[in-house]
Design a protein around this ligand. Structure first.
Ligand code: ADE
Length: 236
């Protein structure tokens, strides 16, 4: 089954390098995912390309209008029979985490809506979006970077997207732990050394050390993840 992702944005060009580079670029090249960009401005009601207006009730800033966004979504829906989930990128959405990435990677088609500078008319949230997703508790100038983060995280889960050497990093995080420390040559760099156990060749010892390190690190840095890991461990 091929995946399709539609991006609706005012800045299609922001995605040029992203979609052509590295793991995402290769997945697109191999046809593992079909990514299409649509410029919301093409659906403006006038020849000036107006897509926003001042807020009712007054106040600063501009608000993205319903009509261009609804029309753009309806247009991309008609280009493919696969029904798509409409995902709005906004700081008010559900916080993105690996569990949500997995949920969205299971969808055959996503329609990502990225606003820029301004808010969305509330009726876009209530009447069009199936879900709102946030990258975290900070404000970006637009949803484009959030859309890229989401696409990157989804694409690396698609079968065939990662090579053998790229796949291992998922494991510790999907257990709910942070990654253990890693080292490569040389054994000593500016007086900084590599833990002896990693040079011992004892694979059981190494595995035990790595798990301990991942657990310690999670406990110290992310008590929230640690608590959840312990909860899962005791219910197994
Ligand atoms: N758009 C602006 N800020 C955002 C955020 N934190 N997450 C997702 N989309 C956004």
């Amino acid at each position: 089954m091929g995946h399709r992702i539609d991006i609706l944005t005012l800045f299609c060009e922001l995605f040029d390098g992203f979609l052509a580079t590295s793991i995402v670029g290769r997945a697109v090249g191999r046809g593992l995912v079909d990514v299409r960009r649509t410029n919301i401005r093409d659906f403006a009601p006038d020849r000036y390309g107006k897509v926003d207006d001042t807020p009712f009730g007054g106040g600063p800033g501009m608000v993205l209008m319903c009509q261009p966004i609804f029309d753009a979504v309806e247009h991309v829906r008609r280009t493919d029979a696969t029904p798509g989930k409409v995902v709005l990128l906004t700081p008010q959405g559900r916080r993105l985490d690996q569990a949500l990435v997995k949920e969205l990677a299971a969808e055959p088609r996503l329609i990502l809506l990225a606003g820029h500078y301004e808010g969305f008319d509330e009726r876009i949230r209530t009447g069009l979006a199936d879900m709102e997703v946030s990258l975290g508790d900070f404000v970006l100038s637009g949803g484009e970077i959030a859309a890229m983060a989401l696409i990157d995280a989804i694409v690396r889960l698609l079968p065939g997207a990662l090579g053998k050497d790229e796949s291992s990093h998922e494991e510790s995080f999907s257990m709910g732990l942070l990654e253990y420390p890693q080292y490569t040559r040389p054994r000593e760099f500016r007086g900084l050394t590599v833990p002896d156990v990693l040079l011992s060749g004892n694979h059981a010892e190494i595995a035990r050390w790595r798990l301990e390190q991942a657990q310690r690190r999670t406990m110290q840095r992310r008590p929230d993840l640690w608590q959840e890991y312990r909860r899962q461990a005791t219910s197994r």
